[in-house]
Design a binder for this molecule. Sequence first.
Ligand SMILES: Nc1ncnc2c1ncn2[C@@H]1O[C@H](COP(=O)(O)OP(=O)(O)OP(=O)(O)O)[C@@H](O)[C@H]1O
Length: 663
Amino acid sequence: MKRFFGPVTMADPQVSDAEHELFGGPLRYDMGWSQHEHATLDLTMLSALRSMPGLVGATLRMAWQADRRALLSVGVSEIGQGIAAAAGLLAVNAVMHALLAGNGSAAERLHALLPGLLAAAIIGVVNSALSAWSTSRAGRLEPKVERIATTQYLAAAARVELEAIDDPDFRRLVDIAQHGPGSARRMISSCVAALNGLISLITTAGVLAVLHPALLPMLVLIAAPRGWGAMRVAQERYVSVMSWIEHVRASRLIGNLLTERTAAQEVRLHAVGPFLLSRYERMAESAEAEQERLASSKALTEWVASALSGLAMAATYGTMFWLIMAGHMSLAVAGTAVIAVRTGSASLGALVMNINQLHEESLYVRDHGRFLAEAGQRTLPTGGAPVPERVKEIVLDQVTYLYPDRDTPALDGVTLTLPMGSVTAVVGENGSGKSTLMKILSGMLLPESGTLRWGEADVTDLDRAQVFERVSLLTQDFQRWPVTAAMNVRLGRPDHPATDDDLKPSVDYAVAGPVIAKLPDGLRSLLARMFRGAIELSGGEWQKVGLARTHWRSSTSQADGVLIVDEPTSALDPEAEIEAFDRIRRLAAPNRAVVLVTHRMSGVRHADHIYVLNNGHLTEHGTHDELITARGRYAAMFDAQAAQYAPTMAIPHPAAPTVPDQI
Ligand SMILES: Nc1ncnc2c1ncn2[C@@H]1O[C@H](COP(=O)(O)OP(=O)(O)OP(=O)(O)O)[C@@H](O)[C@H]1O
């Protein structure tokens, strides 16, 4: 009994050994409600019904916002259909009476039937016209609702703090909430169908109550088991989807790697293809087993529901038989009652199915709503004090930053000053905190403690949108937008109108002219490999386009600002690299502070000031000459790189392989 009537719980997925092997254990989905200690889900029929008005209300509000005329049309046509259904039953009742309870010859009785039949036919035509009208208006409404929900989702995701994007919990919420807009769309049709079912049920129930009061509870008994079955199946499906979402995503990730262009070379050369394929198969098989379990469970639940419903139907007909035999019900009323019970149980069944459908969709819409609420709390603040036009310097004072899922801070008590018109370099080993420092400087991450000041103003008091406007950023993984070359440059400041001629100085600055000249349509060429006729640039060519974008962004603002470049030359050849460093230095105008992060020590030696980061701490700072004289970490890093070019450098001989070749 517990199997059918107990609460739906989340089972531990039986994941394949391939997932353990590849990911070091099963990937777990750990949104609040699905954590182990909360394994019993709040998915009972009662809670579904309780949460329904709120969720339906939210969908209807969205529909109202999308197209109120279409929504009103749907409502009117559905109410019209309900009234038509009741009128149809009354016409049937009149026909039954004329046929079974009337007096006179057969011909006279047939004549008496005609008005009822005519009325039933007219009602049928009106009903189908109303239904067609409702379908067409709902068809207009649904895509609009989906568009609004999708826009809300995308806008919220694009507005949150970078810290939220780095937070794995929030990322999962972003992932699951993407199902919300589709569900909101389907909720419209479910709402319409549920409304239709409800109205025709009320009218049919009214007719049945008039015919005989005993028929009404029977009607409920027939439909209740089907409703329970549908609800149970939906709950099991939702729980399954939620507990398997990470595993399905993991196998999809492996599947995608086999087809992705970036992985294509190693897939072939290292024979990663067959290896991953076999793991993919094993992971897909365990997901398949879950599908099979779900299907069997569904079949059993539906079978039990049908059997219970059939029993209730038999009891209803038995009761009617008894009522006729006992003389409490006429044959004509019984005839109408049979039709009404059938119509009513179909309406009730449809109503329950649709409420259930609504419930299922509403779970996803609820995730969407939860995402919007969470995103709303983590959204970049708007407003704040304006950033002064002239700031003289940007100061980082005792800044500490800890990533949400880390124990040790990525930056710890870092203090540095960036005067306008200067070039500051930041060097340090991998993982020392350079990129984190850049994110803090740009205002994308806020310090956990300590302050970032623009002149005298603390960045937390300033309008963040204005702070962003003053920052130009070029990172090694800058975005390669799948649009034209011109747009790739222009997206450095998209609001600023730009013709190709306007962009030319930026293209020239980055020495990207020869790259553009090679393209079939020059700046109009599409740089997106996935589209026909598009061109793929090399890594170094892309970096030149990125540099042009940065120049465009810097050159379109005259207020004091900062230009941050993080490993901008990693893909450039030696000559282009020297030139690029020169150009970046020249961007330090009186209204601009340049910050340069790089491992290429040759690129930093001409910086006005150099800071050395080590494990999140600033350990040294000064000019190149000062730091070389100090013979500290900087001097050691500089010497190590210089030694690579020394003629006496010892070249190690290849060692014997530690893993012997298999023969
Ligand atoms: N989004 C993130 N979430 C959690 N930890 C992070 C995140 N980004 C960086 N870290 C951690 O913070 C520390 C500093 O990383 P950061 O990327 O700032 O170093 P880096 O000096 O730029 O390294 P590299 O020279 O390799 O680019 C590292 O230990 C890194 O693992």
